[in-house]
Design a protein around this ligand. Structure first.
Ligand SMILES: Nc1nc2c(ncn2[C@@H]2O[C@H](COP(=O)(O)OP(=O)(O)OP(=O)(O)O)[C@@H](O)[C@H]2O)c(=O)[nH]1
Ligand SMILES: Nc1nc2c(ncn2[C@@H]2O[C@H](COP(=O)(O)OP(=O)(O)OP(=O)(O)O)[C@@H](O)[C@H]2O)c(=O)[nH]1
Ligand SMILES: [Mg+2]
Ligand SMILES: [Mg+2]
Lengths: 300, 279
């Protein structure tokens, strides 16, 4: 299920006494292949390989100086893999999984993303997570387009025993502002806006997101992203985060065998932290992001 | 005029990047670029445009083999279509679009709400049924999907419906119990209606990367997959994974989804697809 690019690189360096720029280059080719198979974006792979190369070559010099040309305790293969692994962890971190809560009575979390990536399900997961952490969340059905979207969120709310706000004949920005008011009335301290899936190139719908944000000033704007997304992850993430003040993102469907390389691409390109990982269809399947697991999965 | 050394590594890398970022996959791209480099060395290609033409025709050659539109065969009614795929790819919406196409062609269509798991899945299909004028067979949420399929076949036959389209829950191909459930649905359908399902349509999302290959492989090794619908091609993703899938599995590509409205489904056309790849 996971590609063996990682192991290939390690095997290639087996029996070598030290890392040289020559044998590193071949190992780097294996890593490059593995990252591309993992859906890391082409340009992101290029700069990652260059960074690792620089680090590894730097290491050769360092270890030679430090050990006076003697053998390393760790095999060069493992040492090289550790450099790659660590570089990936550093790039995907630091860990910033906290959500922001403002000084106003009701804070807001706005979820957005492409069609079908898991926003509605994730809204439920987030609400459950917040409730477990002593918050009183209100789910807000701001998708007025998809057939039965409001009903879907209501069923999710029912399963969790959490309130859902919806309104007929209202635009999404109106729904969300009224939801903040409603939250105050019923004693909720955080509203989670479930918005309709949309293409980042759909101008009217991007304007709608902008209008929701302008009307409600959400403390958290989270881009929800499907782990199986391919090279387009960068286009999508860039366009969304250029139009909105995205504060972080959530990667879903990591319970499958998608390598999730988009996580690295999106982090590199937007600089925004990965907050949560969706690990299943169940509403309890949400984890706070930790770079180590995702890094190993992406490297293969 | 162009000289021998006009094709620099930079030019080739730009072309490789364009193919990889279209999700063709590095293995497919390496194979295609190998052929290109060989042609360049033999001086058969001496500028970027000729290289792109050569790639276009190589890819078209692969896709033209799987450009096979869905024909409603004259079988014992109802012609039964089973829709499958991982979560969120557009199965339910694609069913609505198919229903619309068939209705416009004069067929009577019924739908089966066999996604008994996901919140409001049945309601979602019911709304599409209303909009397209198709009767929807459903049970209560949590019911056995095979029972819904069975019931729908009975009902479709009783009403002499021409076509029955069965919606199933999204499922990850790596989840054995869910794949077992799918096999059971297929078995029940086959037992209840001779030759059914006549079409098993795997719905793939064009924004998906290399995981689409794993999806196609595992779904088609679990049950017989006779067609692919590639959705969300109205976005910026190119859906290049379909090239590797065609080459390896030869599953006919029936349709492409190009939007969220009921009319946004077209028969797959290899030439249009290849042109869009190089846009
Ligand atoms: N296996 C798995 N499935 C998930 C996960 N998150 C969501 N899903 C499923 O993905 C499908 C789509 O989820 P939704 O929550 O409807 O997605 P959405 O982004 O709200 O979709 P739109 O509103 O149409 O854009 C459903 O079948 C969910 O059960 C996850 O982490 N793992
Ligand atoms: N832009 C675009 N969106 C699409 C297309 N096809 C489906 N969608 C959208 O994708 C989202 C998911 O569609 P569904 O039909 O619910 O997908 P599904 O595969 O049935 O989802 P599950 O049953 O939860 O697995 C919805 O928001 C659809 O409107 C398409 O061709 N283009
Ligand atoms: Mg939704
Ligand atoms: Mg569905």
């Amino acid at each position: 299920v996971l590609s063996n690019g990682f192991n290939k690189a390690r095997d290639r360096l087996r029996g070598k006494i030290e890392l040289t720029s020559g044998n590193i280059e071949e190992a780097l080719r294996d890593i490059r292949l593995s990252l591309l198979e993992a859906d890391v974006q082409y340009g992101v792979v290029k700069s990652f390989i260059a960074q690792v190369q620089e680090k590894a070559v730097g290491e050769i010099v360092d270890t030679r100086v430090r050990h006076g040309g003697r053998r390393l305790k760790v095999s060069p293969g493992d040492h090289f893999i550790n450099i790659c692994h660590q570089e990936l962890i550093d790039l995907m971190g630091p860990v910033e999984t906290g959500l922001r809560f403002g000084s106003r009575p009701v804070s807001a979390v706005m979820l957005l993303g492409l069609q079908g990536c898991g926003k509605t399900t994730t809204a439920g997961k987030l609400a459950r997570h917040l409730a477990k952490n002593k918050r009183t969340p209100l789910l807000v059905a701001a998708d007025i387009y998809r057939p039965a979207a409001v009903q879907q969120l209501k069923v999710v709310g029912e399963k969790l025993g959490l309130p859902v706000f919806s309104a007929e004949n209202a635009s999404p920005p109106e729904i969300c502002s009224r939801a903040l008011q409603h939250a105050r009335e019923i004693g909720c301290d955080v509203a989670i806006f479930d918005t309709a899936g949309r293409l980042a190139i759909d101008e009217p719908l991007m304007q709608e997101l902008h209008d929701i944000a302008a009307a409600t000033r959400p403390e958290n704007i989270l881009l929800v992203c499907d782990a199986m997304i391919g090279q387009d992850a960068v286009n999508t993430a860039e366009t969304f985060s250029r139009r909105l003040d995205v504060t972080g993102f959530i990667m879903t469907k990591l319970d499958g065998d998608a390598r999730g390389g988009a996580a690295l691409s999106i982090k590199q390109v937007t600089g925004k932290p990965i907050k949560f990982l969706g690990m299943g269809e169940g509403l309890d399947s949400l984890e706070e992001f930790r770079p180590e697991g995702l890094a190993s999965r992406i490297l293969g | 005029t162009m000289g021998r050394r006009e094709i620099s590594d930079a030019v080739l890398e730009k072309i490789e990047e364009a193919l990889v970022t279209s999700d063709l996959g590095i293995a497919t791209v390496d194979h295609l670029m190998e052929q290109i480099r060989w042609q360049v060395r033999r001086n058969e290609l001496n500028d970027a445009e000729k290289i792109k033409d050569s790639l276009r025709s190589a890819i078209r050659e692969i896709l033209v083999k799987t450009e096979q539109p869905l024909a409603i065969a004259p079988v014992q009614k109802p012609f039964t279509i089973l829709t499958i795929g991982v979560n969120g790819t557009g199965k339910t919406t694609t069913i609505a679009k198919l229903a619309e196409i068939f209705r416009q062609q004069g067929h009577t269509v019924m739908l089966a709400a066999a996604d008994t798991f996901r919140a409001a899945a049945i309601e979602q299909l019911e709304i599409w049924g209303e909009r397209t004028g198709c009767r929807v067979v459903k049970h209560a949420p949590g019911a056995d999907p095979s029972a819904v399929a069975f019931d729908a076949l009975r009902s479709a036959r009783a009403r002499s419906a021409d076509i029955l389209i069965i919606d199933t829950a999204g499922r990850l191909h790596t989840k054995a119990p869910l794949m077992e459930e799918l096999k059971k649905i297929e078995r029940i359908i086959a037992r209840e209606h001779q030759g059914a399902p006549h079409e098993t349509l795997l719905v793939l999302d064009a924004t998906t990367g290399q995981n689409a290959i794993s999806q196609a492989k595992l779904f088609s090794s679990a049950i017989r997959v006779t067609g692919i619908a590639l959705t969300k091609l109205d976005g910026t993703a190119k859906g290049g994974v379909i090239v590797g899938i065609s080459d390896a599995l030869h599953i006919p590509i029936r349709f492409v989804g190009v939007g969220e409205k009921v009319e946004d489904l077209r028969p797959f056309n290899a030439c249009d697809f290849v042109d869009a790849l190089f846009d």
